[in-house]
Design a protein around this ligand. Structure first.
Ligand code: SF4
Length: 313
């Protein structure tokens, strides 16, 4: 979060344009760098851009469309939205916008809302099941239509949030990677906004005037743990601006030998002499045969220079 920067809308017109251009350039640079760093898009890829109607996915689509014009590889983009039939979902908004920018798109319709509201008890958060069903529907569509990459709009702050959620609530050092093979091995998921700050996305979406559809039409509350982590990170960022960026950079600079996971680093081989036998946990737990008793020595107190008694044999 950049707490010192005023919103673009508060700036006088000439400065607003200048700052908006700078922001657009920064986003293109960060998205281009993420694509290159992780090999997200190759020649001939058919990229399915998942569009929810939120600021993140609009921004992702917009920046990818700009980058495609000058990209060193040829790839196609199709925007896909899943209409989950939440009450009040404004069905016309996305098709109108997508037609206006001339991008290939498809609106998938699946009433996951009824399923979620039937299965989840009233008052409980529905987001986790809702997201799983959405993912299933979108992945299924990608498979049927031969998309080679699925692009999701998670950004830098989402990556850091997820890392802390896993750390605090699942005792795992694990996060949300910029590129991922789905569990069934069928889909390559990419997150081109992996280096982009959430507040930059907010400013960009505002400057571009995207027709945002809120993701709370269903009235569900955000998961409490996620809320806690977000609050904690916002507080840290407030007290020490730049901390989220530092942590995001740390996610890309991991030293397995400085952690404690023997699956990730071969601690057993470290400093092992010749063909010494590998340690056997059972033997260590059962206890080795007792070592011979040390020879008893008579000890007598001696006064040292500081006047303190020490024991000497
Ligand atoms: S807020 Fe509603 S639509 Fe959005 S993820 Fe949660 S349950 Fe689904």
């Amino acid at each position: 979060m950049n707490i010192s920067a005023p919103p673009l809308s508060d700036l006088p017109a000439p400065r607003r344009k200048h700052e908006a251009d700078k922001l657009a350039k920064r986003l293109r640079h960060q998205v281009g760098k993420a694509i290159a760093d992780f090999g997200m898009i190759e020649d001939g890829d058919r990229v399915m851009v998942c569009l929810s109607g939120g600021k993140d996915s609009y921004t992702m689509l917009d920046v990818l469309l700009q980058l495609r014009k000058k990209a060193p590889v040829d790839f196609s983009i199709t925007a896909v939205n899943l209409d989950q039939k939440q009450p009040g979902f404004p069905e016309h908004v996305l098709p109108e916008y997508l037609r206006s920018i001339g991008v290939d798109f498809h609106i998938l319709e699946q009433d996951t809302y009824s399923v979620v509201s039937r299965v989840i008890p009233e008052g409980k958060t529905m987001c986790s099941l809702c997201s799983r069903l959405r993912r299933g529907a979108l992945y299924g569509y990608a498979e049927q239509h031969g998309f080679t990459k699925i692009a999701l709009g998670h950004h830098r702050d989402d990556l850091v949030n997820t890392f802390f959620l896993n750390l605090f609530f699942h005792a795992k050092l694990s996060g949300m990677p910029p590129k991922l093979l789905s569990d069934d091995g069928k889909h390559v998921v990419i997150r081109p906004l992996a280096y982009v700050r959430e507040d930059d996305i907010e400013a960009y979406a505002e400057a571009k005037g995207f027709p945002i559809i809120p993701c709370n039409l269903c009235g569900s509350q955000e998961n409490l743990q996620r809320k806690q982590v977000k609050k904690m990170l916002a507080q840290w960022e407030n007290e020490t601006p730049g901390r989220i960026e530092t942590m995001a950079r740390a996610l890309g600079d991991i030293r397995p030998s400085q952690l404690s996971d023997p699956k990730l680093f071969d601690f057993l081989a470290l400093g092992r002499r010749g063909d010494a036998a590998l340690p056997d946990a059972h033997a260590w737990l059962a206890g080795a045969p007792a070592a011979p008793e040390p020879v008893a020595m008579a000890l007598h107190p001696v006064r040292n220079h500081d006047g303190l008694d020490i024991l000497k044999s």
